[in-house]
Design a protein around this ligand. Structure first.
Ligand SMILES: [Zn+2]
Length: 150
């Protein structure tokens, strides 16, 4: 019987079947190979939002929702500011989408949180994004002015 257990190199958006170890889609509820129902561990939407907002520079929420590869890339690239932008965009999606849509988008089974919390963090993430963009523009202008003045 050919039933090799393959747990190596799981790609982004993939997981291994809890029964046979086959690489399957992150969102899969039933393994297409062995037919065993997959256990999706529910994650707190609030924790995801808090991690994504307060540790946006490191993309910390990615580790929490099992996007480990993206999380590691975010830590490596934290000095570029790119993870900050991507994390804040994730926070905006997580706070704007209803929980069903967020589950589909992030292949999760989120435990929903208060609407007011979502609204507050949606606004905060917009403010942070605008502030971040302005600081970059300010830095560039400052650099040009400094170069011209010298
Ligand atoms: Zn399986």
């Amino acid at each position: 019987m050919e039933n090799k257990i393959n747990v190596s190199s799981v790609m982004e958006g993939e997981k291994t079947c809890t029964a046979c170890g086959e690489k399957i889609k992150q969102a899969a509820e039933i393994c297409p190979k062995c037919g065993v129902k997959q256990e999706i561990v529910a994650k707190s939407l609030l924790n995801t939002i808090l991690l994504g907002y307060f540790l946006s520079a490191f993309g910390a929420h990615n580790f929490y929702i099992n996007r480990t590869k993206k999380g590691i890339l975010s830590v490596i690239l934290c000095w570029t500011g790119i993870p900050t932008i991507l994390s804040l965009l994730d926070v905006m999606s997580l706070t704007k989408l209803d929980v069903q849509a967020a589950n589909t988008k992030y292949s999760q089974k989120f435990i929903d949180c208060e609407k007011i919390v979502k609204t507050v963090f949606f606004i905060l993430s917009i403010v942070a994004l605008v502030g971040f963009a302005l600081s970059i523009v300010g830095g560039i202008i400052g650099g040009i002015v400094g170069a011209l003045a010298s």
